[in-house]
Design a protein around this ligand. Structure first.
Ligand code: KG4
Ligand code: ZN
Length: 340
């Protein structure tokens, strides 16, 4: 079964064709990073307008790259939420109309469940149940994933998302946007032990995260070293990154032990971070656990993960209410017909 996936929840207009929930036949991502860069973050109104401009060409390109005509699409899966409402509505309305016109099923997919499915686009993939750490620009959560359509959220950030912290620290250092990759690249030249930034574990046994204290600590460091902080930006980047990676690694390992899972998945934009991938792998190997990470193209927002999740929603008869609407915040299971 070939599912056309569509994603427009934030600043990427994306379309992809995925066969049977695992084989990506095409994946097109049109990034709006250049559009939002001058503002240091995503401007919702600009994002919606750009999605409107790009949605048709991006879908056409995805079909073309998959060597398909639209008549060969078996179903259309679209991100329903969470995300920016105006941005979501573009893909959502387009997807519904396209499916209706083609007379094929339409599936509304939760973006976070989509990220979890990014790990199934390559093999080997984890076996259920497994622990998933989702770390992106908008979310940082740990899930106990019991089936393709059921994931229990064990904990999440109480303030900033991990990716958001990367972006804000890059901004403080005047390095540009988005900050994740810039910080990671710079950190390679720095000493991660140079500045003892705090590690916020909150309750060490819980699975919640907090990154705002770390962000403030970096800000304070910059303020108290006004003359020389620019010479130390690599050390600041490395020390900051080490703090984030330590906390994420500790929590995901703790969740795997508590839930007795042998498989761990790292997903979301921050899962592209090599230090995080290596850190969790080393910790997991000591415990005899296996770690699964999507390739870099499927860590950030993409539509292949939405199509992959959509395949399982369809099998579970979830997410097909044409009267349903988009949602901006992470929701309780019932809205999407699956349990996230
Ligand atoms: O999943 P994503 O593309 O979008 C959201 O759903 O938020 O994640 C984007 C986030 C940004 O905050 C970006 O700075 C971060 O992922 N990111 C990284 C890396 N690459 C992207 N963070 C740390 N290290 C990276 N290599
Ligand atoms: Zn995302």
């Amino acid at each position: 079964m070939k599912i056309l996936g569509i994603e427009s929840s934030c600043d990427e207009t994306a379309a992809a064709v995925v066969e049977d929930g695992v084989t990506s036949l095409s994946s097109v991502v049109s990034s709006q990073v250049a559009l939002h860069r001058p503002y240091g973050g995503v401007v919702p109104e600009l994002a919606s307008r750009k999605h409107l401009e790009m949605i048709v060409p991006v879908v056409n390109e995805a079909l073309q790259n998959a060597g398909m005509d639209k008549s060969q699409v078996d179903a259309v899966a679209v991100t329903q939420g969470p995300g920016l409402i105006g941005a979501l509505l573009v893909g959502f309305c387009f997807g519904k109309s396209f499916a209706y016109a083609l007379n094929v099923p339409w599936i509304g997919v939760d973006h976070l469940m989509g990220h979890i499915h990014s790990v199934f686009l390559e093999s080997p993939s984890p076996e259920f149940p497994f622990i998933a750490l989702l770390a992106s620009g908008g979310h940082t959560s740990i899930y106990y994933v019991v089936s393709p359509t059921q994931a229990e959220c064990l904990g999440q950030t109480v303030d900033d998302a991990a990716g958001e912290a990367f972006d804000k620290v890059a901004k403080m250092l005047g390095l540009g946007y988005p900050g994740g990759k810039i910080i990671a690249d710079l950190a390679r030249f720095g000493d991660a032990d140079k500045i003892p930034f705090p590690r916020s574990y909150l309750d060490k046994d819980a699975f919640n995260f907090s990154f705002s204290g770390l962000k403030s600590a970096v800000h304070r460091y910059i303020q108290t070293h006004p003359k020389d902080y620019q010479h130390q930006s690599a050390d600041i980047a490395a020390s900051f990154q080490a703090s984030v990676v330590d906390v994420l690694t500790y929590k995901v390992m703790h969740a795997a032990k508590e839930k007795k899972c042998r498989h761990i998945a790292l997903v979301g934009g921050v899962a592209a971070n090599q230090m995080l991938r290596d850190g969790v792998r080393v910790a997991a190997r000591k415990e005899g656990l296996a770690v699964f990470t999507p390739s870099l193209q499927f860590c950030g927002d993409n539509a292949a993960m939405i199509a992959a999740a959509g395949y399982h929603y369809l099998k579970a008869r979830a997410g097909q209410d044409l009267a349903s609407d988009v949602y901006s915040r992470a929701v309780s299971p019932s809205a999407a017909g699956v349990s996230v």
